[in-house]
Write a protein that binds this ligand. Structure first.
Ligand code: SAM
Length: 234
């Protein structure tokens, strides 16, 4: 599998500085498991002030990112064969674990972070393969959303998380018990001390009986999912 490459088009490249220097993302970059390129949209702006936006035709509040500027920025990205251009947008397809599992199969993900009122629709129509939203709320800009997509997809890259199994048995994974497959939230975890402020760890987890523990975990995951996210069981 070729190394997954992310190209992020943003007006705020520094936004990504700290997350890329910390923890697993930093380790993955050091191990050369993935490549991340940050591209400053401002570098492709018009005139002495490097203007990247303008007021909307038809009037209204705010500014819109210009199609010519964004198109120039996108053209400067070296493309691989299996690449996908993603615009972060509240009006996009909702990011799910399933979508992340599809995206990790690509060779290159080009993430475009909008700002202000958003981007000129012609950029979306001409160049964008998929619009992705991280939820039904409005952020100041696409950078936070791009980081969420980056982190969710990156941790599915083989070797990113120490033990591969841990990404296969998390919330939103499909769990199978006695031939039945279900998308569930994860079961609860416990660690030492075995008792804290009168709260004891469920006895079964201390029993050493792996079959029974597996069944208990499945049942508690099911009960939790039924209670807080019944939609997942549909
Ligand atoms: N006027 C836009 C609307 O009502 O849909 C919102 C623009 S928002 C202030 C600026 C940028 O933030 C968007 O272009 C998009 O890139 C990003 N953004 C905001 N909320 C988002 C979300 N829930 N998911 C993904 N991107 C989001």
């Amino acid at each position: 599998m070729p190394k997954l490459r992310f190209d992020i088009l943003t007006l705020f490249p520094q936004f990504f500085a700290s997350p890329l220097k910390e923890s697993l993302l930093q380790k993955a970059l050091a191990k050369d498991l993935l490549e991340i390129n940050l591209l400053d949209i401002r570098d492709f702006g018009e005139g002495p002030h490097k203007k990247v936006d303008d007021s909307p035709f038809g009037g209204g509040e705010g500014m819109v990112l210009r199609v010519d500027v964004l198109s120039k920025a996108l053209s400067s990205v070296k493309r691989t064969k299996n690449s996908q251009v993603i615009l972060l947008s509240p009006g996009g397809t909702r990011l799910t674990q399933k979508l992340a599992a599809e995206l990790v199969q690509k060779e290159q993900l080009i993430l475009v972070a909008g700002r202000y009122e958003g981007v000129d629709q012609r950029f979306t129509d001409l160049f964008v393969d998929q619009e992705i939203s991280i939820g039904d709320y409005i952020l100041n800009g696409g950078e936070t959303a791009a980081l969420v997509v980056l982190e969710t997809v990156a941790r599915l890259v083989p070797g990113f998380v120490g033990k591969e199994k841990s990404t296969q048995q998390e919330s939103f994974s499909v769990f199978e018990l006695e031939g039945k497959k279900q998308m569930l939230l994860e079961y609860p975890h416990y660690t030492r001390p075995a008792e804290f402020q009168g709260q004891k760890v469920p006895e079964i987890l201390l029993s050493g009986n792996h079959e029974k523990i597996k069944k208990w975990r499945h049942e508690t995951a099911f009960e939790k999912t039924k209670k807080v996210r019944p939609d997942l069981l549909d």
